[in-house]
Design a protein around this ligand. Structure first.
Ligand SMILES: NCCCC[C@H](NC(=O)[C@@H](N)CCCCN)C(=O)O
Length: 461
């Protein structure tokens, strides 16, 4: 439903109400991102205790996106969101997220690995893959559907409450909270396994946190219901019902701005999230950090972005320049990965590269997500975010698998106990950065030609 004219004040005009709504959904995303990265600093333990190779670990990390890509789950999610609304879609898919997380937890328990429910079945086929890996992949794939559609729903919620107001700041703050979840996962997960290194412990905590996130979403639902009731009762609001058709999804591809922003999204994020899956191990292997601290070094990345994303968001709300900032962010991405790939394994370089990556990972998301409503009409935003996420998920599926496979093949025949060489996997990341920069350049050109206003401020006076 697109609101074409709002005459009287509504609950969304109350600053405290809309910021409170933001708090509830941001907390939900924090819990989701926490679980997403909960296994990332445990790659070494998974190798030692579960017998997972680097390729197996990469396949697990990529399984996050398998259902999203092959079963088009994000497209269905976007259509459900546009048809059934925010409250139903959010609640249902947060539920899926919790179920998936529970399976992922179960895969790591002794109960399962000592022949628990499903073990024999999963052990009966594709015997090269451990049952723990298969069960974890089923869980993570379901979780990936839930958390991605929850993310699309949250983007839609922020547009609903903040359009024409502090939208980039709100999106920046929501992403900052989500990064807070990553930070806790990277720094706390290895410690949570305890002295006896029990992998299932942090996962159990993650499942409980997700349930609390669902409760926070219920609070949002109450506020959303009130806003909808106000809109329905306000006769001065003309709501134009644009009936959504599945074929509309294809219309998105007639829009060059949409194509370029989707491409930028997949290239940029493929060089960030898949990298973070391997980054703690990179810190151990290349820079010689202890396993317990490796996650904390990677945690510098979300810390930086938590501070910078809202600041850049607020800047773009007032001053604009989003298209140019996306180019700058892509350039910094190349610098950072070049340091990881080619400079010596000196800890100073590790910190420097992480800080540069922090700037890149703040610039591009802060500029890109609030740019989507400037390119796509509000009635199709659910489907547009869904399609962008779906294209992005192709990268999130392939790149961890590729990184794991390249890492294994580059280190074939390595002496027992010798450090893994990460140069080749990191060259892949540099390649993504270069391609992202080229796409960001064309996006800026197309913006100038078509007048999307990407370089204009978000706040309408
Ligand atoms: N309101 C902005 C939403 C996008 C934030 C963006 N998240 C994604 O792109 C997700 N599709 C992928 C998240 C993967 C890790 N959980 C972000 O920058 O985090």
């Amino acid at each position: 439903m697109a609101i074409t004219k709002a005459a009287s004040l509504s609950i969304r005009d109350s600053k405290s109400a809309r910021w409170f709504v933001l708090l509830t959904v941001s907390f939900l995303m924090l819990t989701g991102y926490f679980f997403t990265d909960i296994m990332s600093p445990l790659q070494g333990m998974l190798r030692d205790q579960m017998g997972w190779s680097n390729s197996s670990y990469g396949t697990f990390a990529g399984s996050y996106s398998v259902l999203n890509v092959f079963c088009l789950m994000l497209i269905f999610g976007g259509i459900i969101l546009d048809k059934a609304g925010i409250r139903f879609t959010g609640t249902f898919f947060v539920g899926i997220m919790i179920v998936g997380a529970f399976f992922n937890y179960y895969a790591m328990t002794d109960t399962f690995n000592n022949g628990g429910l499903g073990y024999d079945f999963l052990n009966s086929f594709l015997t090269d893959y451990k049952p723990s890996l298969k069960m974890a992949m089923i869980g993570y794939a379901l979780f990936g559907v839930g958390v991605e559609i929850a993310g699309i729903t949250v983007s839609r919620i922020i547009v609903k409450w903040f359009k024409g107001k502090e939208m980039a700041l709100a999106m920046g703050l929501e992403m900052a909270c989500a990064r807070g979840g990553m930070l806790i996962a990277f720094s706390a997960s290895p410690w949570m396994t305890g002295a006896d290194k029990i992998i299932s412990r942090p996962l159990a905590f993650g499942v409980i946190l997700l349930v609390i996130g669902l409760l926070a979403f219920f609070v949002h639902n109450m506020m959303d219901k009130r806003l909808d009731a106000e809109v329905a009762a306000d006769t001065s609001v003309v709501a134009s019902e644009e009936e959504f058709k599945a074929s509309d999804v294809f219309l998105l591809f007639k829009n060059p701005g949409f194509i370029l922003i989707s491409l930028l999204c997949v290239l940029f994020y493929s060089a960030v999230f898949p990298f973070t899956k391997f980054a703690p191990d990179l810190m151990v292997q290349k820079y010689g950090f202890a396993e317990e601290f490796s996650g904390m070094i990677v945690g510098l990345l979300p810390i930086g972005t938590m501070i910078l994303t809202p600041i850049f968001g607020a800047f773009m709300d007032k001053k604009g320049k989003s298209a140019s900032i996306m180019m700058l962010g892509s350039l910094l991405l190349i610098f950072s990965h070049t340091i990881f790939a080619f400079l010596p394994g000196n800890t100073g370089f590790a910190f420097a590269a992480m800080i540069v990556l922090g700037f890149a990972f703040s610039f591009v998301p802060a500029a890109m997500w609030p740019s989507v409503p400037k390119i796509i009409p509000e009635s199709r935003l659910g489907s547009a975010y869904a399609m962008i996420f779906m294209i992005q998920n192709v990268g999130l599926m392939l790149f961890p698998m590729l990184l794991g496979a390249v890492l294994d093949s580059a280190n074939e025949g390595l002496a027992e106990g010798a450090a893994l060489n990460y140069t080749e996997p990191m060259m892949l990341m540099v390649g993504c950065g270069i391609a992202a920069l080229v796409v960001a350049f064309f996006l800026r050109v197309v913006d100038k030609k078509r007048g999307y206003g990407l370089d204009l401020p978000n706040i309408q006076e």
